[in-house]
Design a protein around this ligand. Structure first.
Ligand SMILES: CC(C)(COP(=O)(O)OP(=O)(O)OC[C@H]1O[C@@H](n2cnc3c(N)ncnc32)[C@H](O)[C@@H]1OP(=O)(O)O)[C@@H](O)C(=O)NCCC(=O)NCCS
Length: 164
């Protein structure tokens, strides 16, 4: 039920937030949060935002990073509204995961909206949020939320940020 979903979302605090129990069903995504994300944050390769349940338990997370997309990968109707630069600025949500204890309660959708808001309201503008879906099921989740596939890469999807 929606009421059980924690809505506190914040930048990962590696000293405060408990990531040790996080299990989303995809080992690589669990390991990344436990073992690798701090280094990526330190090196400015990615930012990580977490949903917190209880005092400090991480129940979901996503990462954001700067990206660029070749103009020719975008659909013609969007391309027409853009200058003819070779590549356009974007924000990439590299990872998104929800703990199995919290799945199916809307938290994935809440995290996705939070990511879209952050990308749309950044002082550094970007044309779209892009995501790398790890498989077709993940791609279906993003399509359910209005994302479209980039030309020639069915597992890379985007959503324009204008109007968010
Ligand atoms: C994908 C994931 C993040 C979804 O999180 P979640 O909290 O269970 O999803 P939600 O409860 O927020 O679902 C939101 C909506 O998406 C829909 N949805 C969820 N998974 C879907 C799928 N695979 N295909 C289509 N729609 C899907 C739900 O039906 C729901 O629809 P509604 O808002 O109209 O009711 C989660 O299942 C997860 O962590 N999976 C493992 C990691 C993963 O696959 N990450 C994807 C990025 S690579």
């Amino acid at each position: 039920m929606m009421t059980q979903v924690p809505l506190q979302i914040a930048a990962l605090d590696t000293a405060e937030h408990d990531r040790s129990q996080f299990t989303c069903g995809v080992l690589a995504l669990d390991r990344y949060l436990r073992e690798q994300v701090s280094q990526d944050i330190r090196r400015r390769v990615a930012a990580c935002f977490v949903a917190i349940s209880g005092p400090s338990r991480v129940s979901g997370y996503y990462t954001l990073a700067a990206a660029s997309v070749p103009l020719t990968d975008l659909p013609a109707d969007l391309r027409r509204k853009l200058p003819r630069y070779r590549a356009i600025p974007a924000v990439r949500m590299g990872r998104l995961a929800v703990d199995i204890a919290f799945k199916g309660q809307g938290l994935g959708g809440v995290l996705l909206v939070d990511a879209l808001r952050r990308a749309a309201h950044s002082e550094i503008p970007a044309v779209a949020l892009i995501v790398d879906a790890k498989d077709e099921q993940a791609a279906a989740f993003y399509q359910h939320h209005g994302f479209m596939t980039l030309a020639d890469s069915p597992l890379t999807l985007f959503l324009p940020l204008a109007g968010i």
